[in-house]
Design a protein around this ligand. Structure first.
Ligand SMILES: Nc1nc2c(ncn2[C@@H]2O[C@H](COP(=O)(O)OP(=O)(O)OP(=O)(O)O)[C@@H](O)[C@H]2O)c(=O)[nH]1
Ligand SMILES: [Mg+2]
Length: 452
């Protein structure tokens, strides 16, 4: 997710050796300046960051460690707004009310869904969404589909005004003890008086704890200017940067908080519901320096994997009973983990690998589609008992799935191999094998000299 930026820091650090001189430091900062500007970080932000890092490193004696420490400290300062909240913060008295605002098409509705999903799955909260975008006819329908998909309550009424529907929703949230209420509002092409008046009225009724400005990262520095205007006119407490997956430069995330004077709180990097990440400065800095973010990884995994279910599955695998139904269920669970590329970049030393991985898409990969088609052509008995599959059954399944016999045989062989492998790993000594594998992965590639 932060490929370009991580590479910039990695290359600059590589220019400095253990004991070094002014010239090496100059080289390193010059290189960093060039690449940060290219990544679209604002020039004033770059200048200030490098000025402090250079002075600081000189003071402490030029060397790789000092340079990295100082870079780490200054990046942290750059991304942090003093006394401002980080990630998602709950109000002392529920429900926490969040107003989502921004220009047309910036990603408000999608982000409202992603945020609801994050709060429900990772924070285990009772979440309500209110549809206060009554400008576009399709807007409520879009939100209805999203909330249905993630199983979150939607409050809507096309015949009411935005302020009225917000009032209704909040009353219900009080009565039914909701933890969080997210309010999706209408966008406009540009900032105009009608929009600001509508938002001001909704704000008055909602009395929100948070006002999240949703900004499209593809609009670059314009996103920052608009955020500043929203801050002046309505007031905002945080920014969510969307479509970060389409922004190959990514530098805007670095300067945004200081430029707007409000913290960046979340980053959206994909169109699916799990594709939202909290922006917590020290974790992000760790990733930028190539040291991964194990904490976020663990939080994601714990949201996606139900420990009871995992135990049941392990038992089945141990007994050699892993079948096609289990396989499909595991695939569904994996989807909750979200984008593989961003997951990889959370593992220490693996940020380089994330790039090579590309966009592995579990839902749309040909292989997975083929397996799903096959499983769908099986009878319930066959799904439970893979060993039932003789040649005539295989032929029937191949026809039903629109596949050739060779393809079916290949997939069945793979499945068989995977089940055996899993059984082996789950047995005695299996855990050790796994750990050795992980150790090898951490040892190679990346740079892991950051003191923690
Ligand atoms: N690739 C990618 N697409 C995104 C992301 N966030 C939103 N989108 C897409 O951007 C488009 C607009 O998103 P919406 O959520 O409808 O935007 P909006 O701000 O609600 O738009 P209006 O209600 O018309 O003002 C949709 O096609 C989304 O799928 C993201 O993080 N990555
Ligand atoms: Mg919308």
């Amino acid at each position: 997710m932060f490929d370009t930026l991580t590479d910039s820091f990695k290359n600059a650090i590589a220019k400095i050796r253990f004991h070094d001189d002014d010239k090496a430091l100059k080289n390193a900062t010059a290189e960093l300046k060039k690449s940060l500007l290219k990544a679209d970080v604002h020039h004033k932000v770059v200048k200030e960051l490098l000025r402090v890092v250079e002075a600081d490193t000189k003071k402490n004696g030029i060397g790789k460690e000092q340079f990295m420490m100082s870079l780490q400290r200054e990046l942290n300062a750059l991304l942090t707004i003093h006394n401002a909240p980080k990630g998602f913060v709950f109000a002392s008295k529920p429900p926490t009310v969040v107003l989502m605002i921004g220009l047309q098409g910036s990603g408000k509705t999608t982000t409202t869904g992603k945020l609801a999903y994050f709060l429900k799955e990772q924070k285990k909260k009772k979440v309500m969404v209110i549809a206060a975008d009554l400008q576009r006819l399709a807007a409520v329908e879009q939100l209805r589909q999203i909330t249905a998909q993630i199983d979150v309550v939607l409050v809507s009424d096309e015949s009411a005004t935005p302020a009225q529907i917000v009032k209704q929703g909040l009353l219900r949230a009080q009565k039914e003890l909701y933890d969080v209420v997210l309010i999706d509002t209408a966008g406009r092409l540009a900032i105009d008086k009608a929009l600001m008046d509508e938002l001001a009225e909704v704000k008055k009724v909602a009395q929100p704890d948070e006002l999240f400005y949703v900004a499209d990262s593809m609009t670059g520095q314009d996103a920052i200017k608009t955020a500043q205007t929203f801050k002046e006119k309505i007031g905002i407490t945080g920014v969510v940067l969307t479509k970060y997956d389409g922004d190959s430069k990514g530098g805007i995330a670095l300067g945004l908080s200081q430029q707007v004077g409000v913290p960046l709180r979340f980053i959206g990097a994909g169109e699916k519901m799990p594709d939202l990440e909290q922006f917590i400065p020290d974790r992000i800095v760790s990733r930028l320096m190539g040291a991964g973010d194990v904490q976020s990884l663990a939080e994601r995994a714990s949201a996606a994997i139900d420990p009871k279910e995992a135990k049941r599955m392990t038992q089945k695998i141990k007994k050699g009973q892993f079948n096609f139904n289990d396989f499909l269920m595991q695939m569904e669970q994996m989807k909750k983990l979200g984008n593989m590329k961003s997951l990889m970049s959370m593992i220490p030393g693996m940020s380089g690998m994330a790039k090579q991985l590309g966009d592995l898409d579990l839902e749309n990969s040909q292989e997975i589609k083929m397996i799903k088609a096959m499983v769908n052509s099986m009878t319930p008995k066959e799904r439970e008992n893979p060993e039932l599959l003789n040649n005539s059954r295989k032929r029937r399944i191949a026809t039903g799935a629109g596949l050739g016999q060779v393809q079916v045989n290949r997939v069945l062989k793979q499945f068989d191999g995977a089940a055996k492998m899993a059984k082996k790993l789950s047995g005695k000594g299996g855990m050790k094998q796994m750990q050795d594998m992980m150790k090898q992965m951490q040892g190679g590639g990346g740079f892991s000299g950051i003191p923690r």
